[in-house]
Design a protein around this ligand. Structure first.
Ligand SMILES: C[S@@+](CC[C@H](N)C(=O)[O-])C[C@H]1O[C@@H](n2cnc3c(N)ncnc32)[C@H](O)[C@@H]1O
Length: 261
């Protein structure tokens, strides 16, 4: 079933900029609330909005069975292209509804999707039922015991800003085998006028994609990023020497890295 243009979160989230990574630095807000609601909301109002979002969220989950387009899905190709030839074990951190993990299963011997959200993992398991070589774990990635050097590929799509970024990156690197690859697509906050300018450049492309493809969202928990683009870039350079950082048009960065053999 297609998710194009369905779901109440579209109406709540406004015209698309709220979901586009254009929020200012330092904000850490759950997305899906109206812009006006965010600005002056008191605690009671925010709780009401959170309840509205919960309701929306459940309806989304019920429909998340097929393929769809959104900014995360758009950059899945960066992750899929990074899978090493002959990949054995792979892990998708913060896998959401399992769409990417199921695609990875076509390129890897075994894929584990891990997500701490119970409902997302239920949707992912449903999606993965007919897909060989993919399984899902409901757990906090940072707390879940995973053996050192046990994966050939570790990826995360727009999930690391939900957790301690450095700890997640270090753990992903630790569980990779020597020669294994890491691929992260992520969201960051604007911290400078240049960031806003680069962000603005994505608006026409975003409108075009939305117009031609529609936008679907499976209802995964969403959160505004704390770290700015340059903070992410510096942390990556410090933690993963030799990593390639790129900033993309539709408000995402990507990081690819090969663990030294
Ligand atoms: C914005 S969603 C992205 C989901 C999916 N990767 C995608 O591209 O659609 C972030 C996901 O990370 C998950 N998540 C957040 N913190 C986590 C943690 N500590 N461990 C595992 N999953 C986590 C959330 O439950 C959510 O499903």
């Amino acid at each position: 079933m297609s998710l194009r243009n369905v779901g109440p979160e579209r109406g709540l989230a406004g015209a698309g900029l709220a979901g586009a990574g254009l929020a200012g630095a330092g904000s850490r807000r759950v997305r899906g609330l109206s812009r006006g609601g965010r600005r002056g909301a008191g605690v009671g109002q925010r709780r009401t909005q959170a309840r509205i979002r919960e309701t929306a969220y459940c309806r989304w989950v019920d429909t998340a069975a097929g393929d769809y387009w959104n900014h995360n899905v758009h950059y899945q190709r960066v992750i899929l292209d990074a899978v090493p030839d002959g990949c054995g074990d792979a892990i998708d951190v913060g896998c959401g509804d399992g769409l990417l993990a199921c695609k990875l299963a076509g390129r890897c011997a075994a894929v584990t999707g891990i997500d701490r959200d119970e409902r997302m993992v239920a949707v992912a398991r449903e999606r993965g039922r007919a897909v060989p070589r993919v399984s899902f774990v409901q757990a906090d990635f940072l707390a879940y015991p995973l053996d050192e050097a046990s994966f050939d590929f570790a990826c995360a799509n727009t999930a690391l800003h939900h957790m301690d970024f450095s700890a997640a990156l270090v753990k992903m690197a630790r569980i990779l085998r020597p020669g294994g690859r890491l691929a992260v697509v992520g969201l960051a906050a604007n911290g400078s006028p240049a960031d806003w300018g680069i962000g603005a450049a994505g608006i026409p492309a975003n409108l075009w994609y939305k117009h031609t493809r529609g936008e679907g969202y499976p209802g995964a928990p969403i959160m505004e990023p704390d770290m700015t683009w340059s903070q992410v870039r510096s942390a990556v350079a410090r933690l993963l020497p030799g990593a390639r950082y790129r900033r993309h048009l539709l408000w995402r960065y990507s990081v690819t890295w090969v663990k030294p053999a």
